[in-house]
Design a protein around this ligand. Structure first.
Ligand SMILES: Cc1cc2nc3c(=O)[nH]c(=O)nc-3n(C[C@H](O)[C@H](O)[C@H](O)COP(=O)(O)OP(=O)(O)OC[C@H]3O[C@@H](n4cnc5c(N)ncnc54)[C@H](O)[C@@H]3O)c2cc1C
Length: 562
């Protein structure tokens, strides 16, 4: 037996016939951008991978790009964010467990990232182009879901830091670098693969970690590699289900770095207790927590009193990943915007063909391509750190890139969202997620002003970094008169840096723009000239779409995902 109206009977005739109850036909609405190859469809990325020394990785990247762009995989990213993690501090009988439960999609993405080696490949397979290939893959994975990339990055970045303590490195690095994801809440000794977090920030000081009050008391003897008990708090600890954390605390000899496992070596719980989870506007799939250390055991990593210098080895790599992450967000935003505008008509023509929109889309594409070009250039520098020029370039370039690219992301996400109109604001679109994620990379791992100070520190402590910068941006004189003028003015303005802080934002903005322009010119990108004209000629406030004399259609076509 069937019931009306869901199941029509032959002898039933609606008074609304011949149209039935249909109100309208859906027209002029795009087909979602899914089931496409994230790598194959990205001309700028493919060129960068070849140019910067990782052509050998092409086949693997093509396969990964197909997987990442599949509807099913993109849905995992959406689900992981629609279902935020939850904390259980205690079990139902009142025992302390500090257990964060994540959605299965989060675990599925973690498993792929770890099995693809996004947390370790340049360390375990340090071949020509290893950082470039890893950056390209991470760029694709970040477009699908940025939140889970936080623990992937921290685990990746932990290697150079843990290496500074050879006894700990021998014990931990094989598991940190293993391509095994094991999310069980059990001691690291029972796992083949582990993940690593970091805990620096306290309530009274985030950027200024020297204000840390967490104390480290030696258990039997003092010094590097020795066990200490840590007492204090940390105001931000992301991915608190990591198996161990690099933590800053005040030892008798000053601020030092410690490796603090979630479980003690004897298999009991280490009292690194989660007080609550942060309620974040972005980065929702990933948990960030407030914690208290109530005598948590940790081994000192690196020299006593040199905690900042030790953990900076980790921070340098997380900053580089922030560049990749923000570049990836821009790529996904512009791909979505162009795809939408190629299908949506207004006032009788496709949006993509309406001159004002063409210019906006082209400008968004230029911004994304410039971010990628700079990021991949730094990836190559990381692959060649035995070369003094590349070493110096990586140092200053990562600081400039982290500052600038992460800072450009929110405005870019907003403008891309607006290209889609009202549907861009809806939660079932990927745009709100991209928008809410966009400020995160600028804040953590060194907020904007702190990055400016880091650029100043790099120049003051190692003047060769500024020489490397000018070597890089001056290497193609005559190719762009605009860039030549920009570089000449920068040289003048950086001769005396005694008042750097007063001019920091202006100088750092211009350093970044010069670097991006040079990277695009060296890449032979069709976006290069438009970038120089729109970013170097007109200093200061910049609105997307204010391009003149540029072949916007060609730029948009190059950046279309399909
Ligand atoms: C989602 C999320 C996750 C996080 N996860 C972690 C984590 O896992 N581990 C961890 O240790 N931390 C984590 N953090 C903390 C993050 O690193 C800090 O928020 C950041 O370092 C800034 O510190 P703060 O919030 O105390 O701000 P402050 O240090 O108070 O800075 C506030 C503002 O002042 C500026 N400023 C600071 N000093 C100067 C100066 N000398 N001159 C001019 N301007 C200055 C900064 O640029 C910033 O804009 C996380 C943060 C977020 C948002």
């Amino acid at each position: 037996m069937s019931a009306l109206p869901h199941d029509r009977q032959d002898n039933f005739r609606s008074p609304l016939d011949p149209y039935g109850a249909a109100t309208h036909e859906v027209t002029n609405q795009p087909v979602e951008l899914t089931d496409y190859n994230l790598y194959d469809s990205d001309a700028a990325l493919k060129e960068a991978v070849r140019r910067e020394g990782a052509a050998w990785a092409t086949t693997g990247l093509e396969a990964f790009g197909a997987r990442a762009g599949s509807a099913e995989y993109l849905e995992q990213g959406a689900l992981a964010n629609r279902n935020p993690p939850e904390l259980d501090t205690h079990d139902r009988y009142g025992r302390r467990i500090d257990l964060v439960r994540f959605h299965p999609s989060y675990h599925a993405l973690m498993k792929v990232s770890i099995e693809e080696g996004l947390h370790s490949s340049p360390w375990t397979e340090p071949s020509e182009g290893a950082h470039v290939a890893r950056a390209a893959r991470y760029y694709l994975q970040n477009q699908v879901e940025a939140g889970h990339c936080c623990p992937v990055t921290m685990t990746f970045a932990a290697t150079p830091c843990v290496k500074l303590q050879p006894d700990l490195a021998a014990q931990w690095l094989p598991k940190i670098q293993a391509r095994v994801y094991d999310p069980r809440n059990v001691p690291a000794g029972e796992k083949q693969g582990v993940t690593i977090g970091m805990a620096m920030t306290e309530k009274q000081g985030g950027s200024d970690v020297r204000a840390n009050t967490t104390r480290a008391i030696p258990v039997s003897s003092e010094g590097p590699g020795k066990l200490h008990e840590l007492v204090g708090h940390k105001f931000f600890v992301s991915a608190p289900m990591c198996d161990a954390f690099l933590v800053l605390a005040q030892a008798p000899g000053g601020l030092s770095c410690f490796l603090v496992p979630r479980w003690r070596p004897d298999g009991t719980k280490n009292p690194l207790q989660i007080v609550r989870l942060k309620r974040k506007m972005g980065n929702v799939s990933n948990a960030s927590s407030e914690t208290e250390l109530r005598g948590a055991l940790g081994w000192m990593v690196g020299p006593e009193g040199r905690g900042v210098a030790t953990i900076i080895e980790m921070v340098a790599m997380t900053r580089f990943d922030c560049m990749i992450g923000s570049s990836a967000g821009m790529r996904m935003a512009v791909a979505q915007a162009i795809d939408h505008c190629r299908q949506r008509k207004a006032f009788g023509a496709l949006l993509v063909d309406q001159p004002i929109m063409t210019a906006v889309l082209a400008d968004l594409a230029i911004e994304a391509e410039a971010a990628l070009a700079l990021t991949m250039r730094i990836a190559r520098a990381l692959d060649h750190r035995d070369d003094p020029h590349e070493h110096a370039l990586a140092r200053i370039g990562a600081a400039i890139g982290k500052y600038w690219i992460c800072k450009r992301a929110p405005g870019h996400a907003y403008e891309a969202l607006e290209c889609i109109g009202g549907s861009g604001l809806m939660e079932d679109s990927p745009m709100p997620r991209l928008y809410r994620e966009s400020p995160v990379n600028a804040i953590w791992e060194g907020s904007g002003n702190v990055q400016c100070l880091d650029i100043a520190r790099a120049i003051q402590r190692s003047p060769q970094t500024l020489q490397a910068y000018f070597g890089e941006v001056s290497s193609a004189p005559g190719e762009s008169a605009t860039l030549d003028r920009h570089v000449a003015a920068l040289k003048d303005d950086t001769r005396d840096l005694s008042d750097f802080e007063a001019r920091a934002r202006d100088l750092c903005d211009r350093l970044a723009l010069g670097f991006e322009a040079a990277a695009l010119i060296r890449a032979g990108s069709p976006a290069a000239e438009a970038f120089c004209r729109s970013r170097l000629d007109a200093r200061g406030a910049h609105n997307y779409g204010a391009l003149t004399g540029v072949d916007c259609k060609a730029i948009v076509k190059r950046s279309a995902a399909r």
